[in-house]
Design a protein. Structure first.
Ligand code: PMP
Length: 428
């Protein structure tokens, strides 16, 4: 039980994500979580609309995932991966190779989403060294993209609403393409493809790869776009001889209604990153998969090896729980769960667009987004939502949910009703 003194310690000594040490936003003490609910330490349950930032897809405190962790702790919690291998890593590697499109067969097990993006960027750089081509040090990415908080990942994140300004002197300068317009069903603007082509062609001799989030741009704006753009991007990369990286850290493992968002367009990248839901939200783990051709070329570079190897690479506990999470997915209930969520959000969340304070609403799979006209006052909104027994954390103008797949219809309805209440109050 955290005492008021403990909470004061938290405020004074612990950084929370993107918070001020001078004037931190409130942090609510959560004592436990089960299914789709977080329990505050005073016992109040909150229906979780965030799935702990996309990760907890099977719900909290899942008996099968718990068991996977218990069993693995009894064997070994960690062992270095240099010169050693183990069943949890091999089983997870097999599952990832089986679930992802066929050419993606080489797996790097990284410790977080951002690190898996660094790994992808490094692989692209070493790929060109392997081909004996010099000067390919830059990347192209979409505006409004978000790829993580480490430096390489930040450098390919949107230059305006990302963190470029703060770290400009240190960050590599990359090439930004206008993002596809909003709308899964909006027809493809061929003039945009022509502009991409011009920009990519102009920079091709310095580009190592193009990196994008397929179909849904997450933290950079919760933007959903027509998957057909990915097919155009793939052809441009083929034509101009550029590698294509898909970041499916947020979208992977069913969230958009397909196992991977790239499957909305049947487009396959050369390198793929996954994370977040990989362990069902139990532990930090991510993976970078690449084709055999990329892997072999990387190793023809001067180094002769791929130059990355973190201490906690392929942590057995994380791998074991990830394998259990992927097994749960492969039992196949997720498509129905996502369809049910999508149908209810289309019925109840899309109409929030009629409220004056709301600029736009959009839904895809298990993702529901309300874009407000004005930035939200997070502390105030969150207090109201907690008063109604729900956990949703808005940022900027974005008020969005991506609940655990196991959410019950009445819970989802309550989340959306609470969003409606907040939007209506904001309008008056
Ligand atoms: N890429 C995308 C698309 C993400 O949504 C995120 C996390 N929000 C990351 C990369 C970074 O992952 P992590 O927070 O695990 O480092």
């Amino acid at each position: 039980m955290l005492t008021p003194e403990d909470l004061a310690f938290d405020r004074e000594h612990l950084w929370h994500p993107y918070t001020s040490a001078l004037n931190p936003l409130p942090s609510y003490p959560v004592a436990r979580a089960a299914g789709c609910e977080l329990f505050l330490q005073d016992g109040r349950p909150l229906i979780d609309g965030m799935a702990s930032w996309w990760s907890v897809i099977h719900g909290y405190n899942h008996p099968r995932l718990n068991q996977a962790v218990f069993d693995q702790v009894a064997q070994m919690s960690h062992v270095m991966f240099g010169g050693i291998t183990h069943e949890p890593a091999v089983r997870l590697g097999q599952a990832l190779v089986r679930m992802t499109p066929e050419p993606l067969t080489t797996v790097f097990l990284a410790d977080s989403g951002s690190v898996s993006v660094e790994v992808a960027l490094k692989q692209a750089l070493q790929y060109w060294q392997g081909r004996g081509v010099k000067g390919r040090y830059r990347f192209a990415a979409f505006r409004y993209g978000y790829h993580g908080d480490t430096f390489g990942a930040m450098s390919v994140t949107d230059p305006e609403n990302g963190m470029h300004g703060l770290f400009a002197g240190f960050l590599p300068s990359n090439v930004f393409l206008d993002a596809p317009p909003l709308g899964y069903d909006m027809p493809v603007e061929l003039s945009l493809i022509t502009r991409w082509r011009e920009q990519l062609a102009a920079h091709r001799h310095e580009l190592a790869a193009v990196i994008v989030e397929p179909v849904v741009q997450g933290a950079g704006g919760m933007r959903i776009y027509n998957p057909a753009y990915l097919a155009h991007l793939r052809s441009l990369c083929d034509e101009l001889d550029l590698l294509l990286i898909f970041d499916e850290i947020a979208t992977g493992f069913g969230r958009t209604g397909r196992l991977f968002a790239m499957q909305h367009a049947q487009v396959i990248p050369d390198i793929l990153t996954v994370g977040k839901a990989l362990t069902g939200g139990y532990m930090t783990l991510a993976a970078t998969l690449c084709t055999r051709a990329v892997a072999e070329t990387v190793c023809r570079s001067e180094a002769g090896v791929f130059m990355h190897g973190p201490t906690f690479m392929a942590n057995p506990l994380a791998c074991q729980v990830a394998t259990a999470s992927l097994e749960l997915l492969s039992e196949g209930r997720w498509p129905e769960q996502i369809q049910a969520m999508e149908a209810m959000m289309r019925n109840l969340l899309l109409p929030l667009a009629e409220i004056d304070s709301v600029a736009d609403t959009r839904v895809l799979g298990g993702i529901g987004v309300v874009e407000m006209r004005q930035p939200m006052r997070v502390a105030e909104v969150q207090k109201k939502l907690i008063g109604r027994g729900v956990w949703i954390r808005p940022f900027g103008k974005l008020f969005y949910i991506m609940p655990p797949y196991v959410i019950q219809p009445e819970q989802l309805r309550h989340l959306i009703d609470s969003m409606r209440a907040v939007c209506t109050e904001a309008a008056v």
